[in-house]
Design a protein around this ligand. Structure first.
Ligand code: PRP
Length: 175
């Protein structure tokens, strides 16, 4: 089925303003500490790149790629860590940076997995929270925007690996 871009949901200006607020909040919360940022590939790359430049703290960044599979209703389903972190996180103040939380399964599994590595703390910062779609509760410490249950692309989010480079978030609609 062919698709085309629908209305803009979040403009580049609105995103930038919110990212600055998130960066300021994170800076205040972790003052005096070094923050270990986990960028979850691929969708989070744009958000991470902007957010980390709004965090006025010493930071370390590492990347991982994850996919969850199994029954969509099974919160204990399996996590495929297709690209693991290259650094240990034991004793680190870890902040997972995600672009979007949908069912919550990916973050639930990733969070549980990373906790086994004994970080000093583990929090989550998500740009978009599609609240209506949640199947598995997951604690979100920082959220950019709660959004309606619509398919969205841009600012890192894709449809078939396209649209990630849009500087704004838009809906995608069938034509
Ligand atoms: C997206 C997003 C989250 C996940 C959220 O990743 O980046 O990781 O889906 O969905 P959930 O809450 O239902 O688990 P995706 O699998 O599309 O990969 P990508 O980041 O490479 O685009």
């Amino acid at each position: 089925m062919p698709y085309e871009l629908g209305p803009t949901l979040l403009s580049a200006e609105r995103i930038a303003a919110r990212v600055a607020e998130l960066g300021a909040a994170i800076t205040a919360d972790y003052r005096g500490k070094t923050l270990f940022l986990v960028c979850v590939l691929k969708g989070s790359t744009i958000f991470w790149a902007d957010l980390c430049r709004r965090i006025e703290l010493p930071t370390v960044t590492d990347f991982c790629a994850v996919h969850c599979y199994g029954d969509g209703t099974d919160p204990s389903g399996a996590l495929l860590l297709s690209h693991d972190l290259s650094l240990p996180i034991a004793g680190q103040e870890v902040l997972i940076v995600e672009d979007i939380v949908d069912t919550g399964r990916t973050l639930h599994l990733l969070r549980s997995h990373l906790l086994t590595r004994h970080p000093a703390s583990l929090r989550i910062c998500a740009l978009l929270d599609k609240v209506e779609r949640r199947e598995v509760p997951v604690p979100l410490d920082y959220v950019g925007f709660a959004i309606p249950n619509e398919f969205v692309v841009g600012y890192g989010l894709d449809f078939a690996q396209q649209y990630r480079n849009l500087p704004y978030v838009a809906t995608l609609k069938a034509t």
